[in-house]
Design a protein around this ligand. Structure first.
Ligand code: PNS
Length: 160
């Protein structure tokens, strides 16, 4: 039974992420969803909030754990006795960024592989930033994010 780690900012989790998690669970025995911080981004939601939203939106799934990490992803993967990193791929635009990270992670630790899972066609246009932008201007995000995220987005942006 292989354990894979699916890292990301999940700020917030979208239906595209859930689709990748569900697909990963068909391949791996266990998936650890790991909320990390991308040094290039300032998160809108706290780590605690991101974890809560992920837990709520994956409660229908078995063999999944939601955790967080700080520091290097490779160290977290090893601490979980895993050798597999999962990343979702949408369109060609993701490729260069993901390719660089996967290869760099492999240069640092050749025992850890990155596996890419292609998101469902319905979600190729979707990412957390665009969802936040729509929500910020009171647009409808139903169908793009889990119910709890929809509620949390409303709450977050009504305070601004
Ligand atoms: O959802 P994102 O923003 O694409 O997630 C990026 C994340 C958090 C997975 C990435 O920034 C990361 O791995 N951060 C930990 C620091 C690290 O290991 N950096 C080296 C990457 S080669």
């Amino acid at each position: 039974m292989k354990t894979a780690v699916y890292p990301g900012s999940f700020d917030p989790v979208t239906n595209g992420h859930i689709d990748v998690i569900e697909r990963a669970l068909k391949i791996f025995g266990k998936v650890i969803v790991a909320v990390g911080d991308n040094p290039g981004k300032r998160p809108t939601f706290t780590t605690k909030e991101r974890i809560e939203m992920l837990k709520e939106s994956t409660k229908h799934l078995k063999n999944i754990e939601v955790d967080s990490f700080s520091g290097l992803l490779l160290d977290f993967v090893k601490s979980k006795n895993s050798k597999i990193i999962i990343r979702g791929l949408r369109a060609v635009s993701d490729f260069e960024f993901e390719f660089q990270r996967a290869l760099l992670n492999r240069v640092v630790d050749n025992n850890i592989e990155t596996v890419f899972i292609m998101t469902k066609e319905d979600y190729v246009y979707l990412n957390s930033s665009i969802v936040k932008e729509i929500a910020m201007f009171n647009g409808k995000v139903n169908g793009l994010v889990p119910k709890i995220v929809e509620e949390r987005l409303k709450r977050k942006f009504s305070k601004i």
